[in-house]
Design a protein around this ligand. Structure first.
Ligand SMILES: [Zn+2]
Length: 753
């Protein structure tokens, strides 16, 4: 395995249309990988079509991207992002819709009036932004509004009038509901039941607004472009109108269709209006055509509507693929079912037909996921010339997802060339290549690989990293390729093997209050000798190289950041991150939280650049170290100790008892792990006050460090300075004082890892 640096993004994931269902991929990652590939205008293949943004960015980087997209909604998003109508088209489309007559009223007024409510403060009639419901109730319990007359805003209890309005709309509900599913499936269709069930996630009012609006989409005489704009707005409304909007939003990225115990009913008309802004910022135009139309060499998107396996004849003859890219799909029953429903509403039954299976398929578990991925990887193996790289992103990685993707790829003959994992919130980056390898696996090799990884890391870590290390080891030996069995069996075995490797070995310590292997952190027992790793019976190459000094990852990252800042007096964050990611690759990729913890301790920001604080420039720190040495000696003298300096340590000697009573290790850094490495018992570690938050951060994320530190004392420079001022200082008061110097908590939960 050749671990490549984690490629950081330049911008957070986009929050545009339907972003709660699309993979949250940072922008800039794929273009950065492609610049390494360095084959502009070559053909790429995205076999999953799971992330429209990824394809778009690749095309903007000057590549031609062939995409297989069978979800009609994802496909529509891709076409819209590639070539969005002008903002004026969206505005005009909504105006055209709103102006349609409904009886004596305009449609806009009619639909808005369904959301009328009276302001609690000034009693004026206004439009609610949302109503709040409890699961199972037939009326809402609260409303949310912003009163434009008096400024009152927020969540207010519903009135009789609100309840009456919500009840009234249910009178015609049966009719609208049956119209809504007839757009998706025919009356005699065996899948009718599933469509009806999916529509249960729409309350009567939003369903009425949506069906009313959708019926006008065809009867309005709009230009093609304006109709596209209106369709896009209605799509936003289709998602805004369902009940899977938990309140408060504890589950912002739903995977399953299920009604939260409390949820929001959005004002669907207001959402149509808001949609204009959501679509407005989708960027520059990219050529996007459907096969067999040609696209220019300068880059673009070619959508293939058929299935992956049918691509063979095209690829062999006309389209040489230079690389495969893709966000690897993970099960999302909510999005897939809703996609089928929306496709029917927006484009009719024919559009649903090829995707109708999504309505029927209710249970997407990991075995299902692995089977589907395996089939995709198998087809890829048939299609691609040997040696074509596959850059895969695994968003929202969890252990089960990693096993599924990794096993599926391995079983189809793909081996991972590189795996880079940052945190459980970032997509894992994998480079696969097609090629055969087959071998046996035993638990010893797995345990050695995990031990090797923990030694390389030098600190405990979450289960996800251990799991990934285990999978990589299993993949390297080819053990995942023997799959006579079904995938649910194979996945269960793989997961169980990694879990048992951890549980049945006293080399590993579980820092956790829970039973599950996935909770808490895993580390190495202190007695674990670094070098008894691989017994001679295993001919497995070293996967993870331990740090020669056995230092923890956080200490090494601290050194690397400071070294970088000393060499580069003004640095932007991305340069620092790039430098670090190239030093700490694969499963050692530092989190942004860790990088910022070090930066905030040593550096300050000046018009976008990070630079070392004046007090942290090397010469200033050396001077201060010397001051501290003198201070310790002076305090020692007052307590009638002689101070002896040896290497960088200061020892207080009690001449009467002829022994060392205290040892001081004065640091300019927060390299506590290093300081503890050879510390004699009762060492006092002295750090600058500016390092306290970083030291606390390290203890919070590393339970073994926190435990070791209990045997010693950590104080700040300031404490020793204060002690010097104390008029009467005895040996007892000294001990009391140093025991009571708190090293403050680091700030912010977000920065934990
Ligand atoms: Zn008011």
């Amino acid at each position: 395995m050749n671990f490549k640096p984690y490629i950081p993004g330049l911008k957070p994931a986009d929050l545009g249309p339907l972003s709660r269902f699309l993979p949250a991929l940072e922008e800039g990652v794929i273009s950065s990988w492609l610049s390494q590939l360095d084959k502009p205008s070559a053909w790429l293949l995205d076999p999953f079509g799971f992330s429209p943004r990824l394809v778009l960015e690749a095309a903007r980087s000057g590549y031609r991207v062939l995409v297989t997209a069978n979800n009609p909604i994802t496909r529509f998003l891709l076409e819209m992002f590639a070539n969005p109508p002008a903002q004026s088209e969206f505005t005009a489309a909504l105006a055209d819709l709103g102006a349609v007559k409904k009886g004596d009223e305009r449609l806009a007024g009619h639909l808005q009036s369904l959301y009328l409510t009276s302001c609690e403060k000034c009693s004026q009639q206004i439009y609610a932004q949302a109503f709040l419901w409890r699961k199972g109730d037939d009326v809402p319990y609260a409303r949310i509004y912003e009163c434009k007359h008096c400024g009152d805003s927020g969540e207010r209890v519903v009135t009789e009038e609100d309840i009456e309005r919500a009840r009234k709309i249910t009178e015609t509900d049966a009719l609208h509901r049956s119209r809504a599913f007839e757009k998706v499936v025919a009356l005699n269709d065996e899948d009718r039941f599933y469509a009806e069930e999916a529509i249960q996630y729409y309350l009567p009012r939003p369903l009425y607004v949506l069906t009313t609006v959708i019926n006008r989409l065809d009867s309005l005489n709009l230009s093609a472009e304006r109709k596209r704009a209106l369709t896009a707005l209605i799509l936003i409304a289709c998602d805004a109108g369902n009940s899977i909007w938990a309140h408060p939003a504890e589950r912002p990225r739903p995977k399953q269709l299920s009604t939260p115990s409390q949820f929001r009913e959005h004002n669907v008309w207001m959402m149509l209006e808001r949609g204009i802004n959501l679509w407005a910022e989708t960027g520059s135009t990219v050529v996007c055509e459907a096969w067999p139309t040609k696209i220019p060499e300068s880059g673009g998107i070619l959508i293939y509507e058929g299935r992956l396996k049918d691509l063979a004849h095209i690829l062999k003859k006309e389209i040489p693929i230079a690389a495969v890219i893709g966000s690897v799909p993970r099960p999302n029953q909510a999005f897939w079912t809703l996609s089928a429903l929306w496709a029917g509403w927006l484009w009719g039954k024919e559009a649903v037909e090829p995707y109708k299976v999504a309505l029927r398929r209710r249970r997407y578990d990991w075995a299902w996921n692995a089977t589907a991925l395996h089939s995709a990887f198998n087809h890829l193996g048939d299609l691609l010339p040997e040696g074509v790289p596959f850059f895969g992103l695994l968003p929202e990685p969890e252990a089960a997802f990693l096993t599924s993707a990794y096993t599926a790829a391995s079983a189809a003959g793909f081996s991972a060339q590189s795996v880079a994992l940052r945190t459980e919130h970032d997509p894992v980056q994998v480079v696969w290549k097609y090629g055969q390898k087959q071998n046996n696996m035993d638990v010893d090799v797995l345990q050695s690989a995990i031990q090797e990884y923990l030694l390389a890391r030098g600190e405990p870590t979450n289960y996800l990293y251990i799991h990934a290390a285990g999978l990589i080891a299993l993949g390297e030996t080819g053990a995942l390729k023997k799959t006579g069995q079904e995938f649910d069996e194979a996945l269960r075995k793989t997961n169980a093997l990694i879990e048992s490797a951890l549980k049945d070995d006293e080399r590993f310590i579980h820092y956790s209050t829970g039973e599950s292997v996935e909770t808490g952190m895993w580390g190495l027992a202190p007695s674990t000798a670094p070098r008894d790793l691989r017994s001679s019976t295993h001919n497995v190459p070293t996967l993870f190289r331990e740090d020669e000094n056995n230092e923890s990852l956080s200490d090494r990252v601290e050194v690397a950041v400071v070294t970088y800042l000393q060499k580069n007096q003004k640095a932007i964050y991305l340069e620092i991150e790039n430098d670090l990611n190239s030093r700490f690759t694969g499963l050692l990729t530092p989190s942004k939280g860790m990088i910022y913890a070090v930066l905030n301790s040593y550096a300050e920001r000046e018009s976008g650049y990070w630079k070392l604080r004046t007090e942290d420039v090397a010469s200033a720190r050396r001077e201060e170290l010397n001051t501290m040495y003198m201070l310790i000696e002076t305090i020692g003298k007052r307590l009638e100790y002689t101070t002896r300096k040896q290497d960088k340590l200061l020892h207080w000697e009690d001449a009467q008892r002829g022994k060392t009573v205290r040892t001081f290790n004065v640091l300019a850094s927060a390299l506590i792990g290093r300081a503890l490495h050879h510390a004699v018992p009762n060492t006092i570690i002295v750090i600058p006050g500016g390092r306290a938050a970083l030291a606390a951060y390290k203890q919070e994320r590393d339970p073994s460090l926190a435990a070791q530190l209990k045997k010693h004392t950590l104080v700040k420079y300031r404490l020793l300075r204060t002690l010097l001022e104390v008029p009467v200082l005895t040996r007892e008061t000294f001990e009391e004082q140093i025991a009571s110097d708190p090293v403050e908590k680091s700030t912010g939960q977000m920065m934990m890892f």
